[in-house]
Design a binder for this molecule. Structure first.
Ligand SMILES: Cc1cc2nc3c(=O)[nH]c(=O)nc-3n(C[C@H](O)[C@H](O)[C@H](O)COP(=O)(O)OP(=O)(O)OC[C@H]3O[C@@H](n4cnc5c(N)ncnc54)[C@H](O)[C@@H]3O)c2cc1C
Length: 307
């Protein structure tokens, strides 16, 4: 089939690659590159943050976990590596996504995080957006066409796959899709561990995470609902708050090398469904990488039903 994919973030590029591998003729159209979009602002670690449990999401997240773990083991040029992940918790409730990951265990002692009583330890793939988004784009037969769409019907093709993230709010008049601001500081490692992800979401007003990349560490964060279509500049007060959360966790970060903000495309649930010639695949919130392969495979399955 001739397929036009709208959007070149992690969702659009992964969907395009999966459809191309399934034998479709795929063109990608986007206003901006993935790196300039929310996908470029992500950490990014596999973790189904704030994903509504119980639906198709567990399957999508599991498939993506397997795809990233396989990639980490076979092609280091993709920028995907496996880390030990430590998700700090107060209660003993097993995470709803526990069956999706390898090596899950509750570690009672606060060995890596003095303020914590316990944490869930598991293996998690970490993705370097700058490396990975290029890796995806390089695997497409045709280069991304840069063009801003006023309407999805502008695109030719038997099927149009809508992977426009927050852009879908205007393109689909979808008021259920909202922007949730994130801010990160990329720091030199300092005393932070380069093999361990730490996530602490116990206080929603002061979330903290440290995601080691190959040479730097991404510190976050915030999760604030905003009425914006473009991310604001980084807030210096929030940067200092993030650095002090890192120190309170027992680690001295190195110098700040870069800062970034991004708007997560949050929806009560991911919109993945067919509407005439259009297949929607947007609204992945804070888990676009985590769901990317599973959602792309679900789109491919929908197209398979049409063939
Ligand atoms: C600080 C932060 C940290 C995060 N950390 C993680 C993490 O650790 N793990 C994880 O899984 N997720 C994480 N996320 C969430 C993740 O980044 C998003 O879920 C994901 O990037 C969404 O990808 P997307 O491709 O759907 O949208 P985007 O990356 O926003 O891409 C949208 C694409 O559509 C195009 N587009 C939009 N409108 C139009 C239009 N009208 N015409 C043409 N093109 C259009 C854009 O130009 C762009 O190419 C994080 C997000 C933030 C902000």
């Amino acid at each position: 089939m001739r397929v036009a994919v709208a959007g070149a973030g992690v969702t659009g590029l992964t969907t395009a690659l999966v459809l191309q591998r399934a034998g479709h003729e795929v063109d990608v159209f986007a206003a901006r590159s993935g790196l300039e979009s929310t996908s470029g602002a992500a950490g990014a670690i596999w973790l189904p943050v704030r994903v509504t449990p119980g639906g198709r999401e567990l399957d999508w997240a599991s498939r993506s976990y397997r795809a990233f773990m396989a990639l980490a083991g076979t092609d280091s040029s993709a920028g995907v590596d496996v880390l030990r992940a430590c998700e700090v918790v107060d209660d003993d409730e097993r995470p709803w996504w526990g069956d999706a990951v390898d090596g899950l265990r509750l570690v009672p002692a606060a060995t890596i995080y003095p303020r914590a009583r316990q944490f869930w330890s598991f293996f998690a793939p970490r993705i370097e957006p700058a490396v990975y988004l290029s890796w995806l784009a390089e695997r497409l037969t045709r280069p991304v066409v840069y063009r801003t769409l006023a309407n999805l019907s502008e695109l030719d093709g038997e099927v149009v796959v809508n992977c426009t993230g927050l852009g879908a709010r205007a393109l689909c008049a979808d008021s259920a899709l909202v922007a949730v601001l994130g801010q990160t500081a990329v720091v030199a490692p300092g005393t932070l561990r380069m093999d361990t992800f730490i996530g602490d979401e116990r206080d929603q007003a002061a979330i903290f995470y440290a995601i080691p990349r190959r040479h730097q560490v991404v510190l976050g964060g915030c999760r604030t609902y905003v009425d914006l279509v473009e991310p604001p500049p980084p807030d210096p007060v929030l940067r200092e708050a993030i650095l002090s959360r890192c120190r309170a966790a027992g680690y001295e970060p190195g110098p700040v090398l870069a800062e970034r903000t991004g708007l997560r495309p949050v929806r009560p649930s991911v919109r993945l469904e067919r509407e005439g010639r259009i297949v929607h695949n947007y609204g992945h919130g804070g888990a676009g990488y985590t769901l990317s392969w599973g959602c792309a495979e679900a789109v491919a399955a929908l197209l398979g039903e049409l063939a």
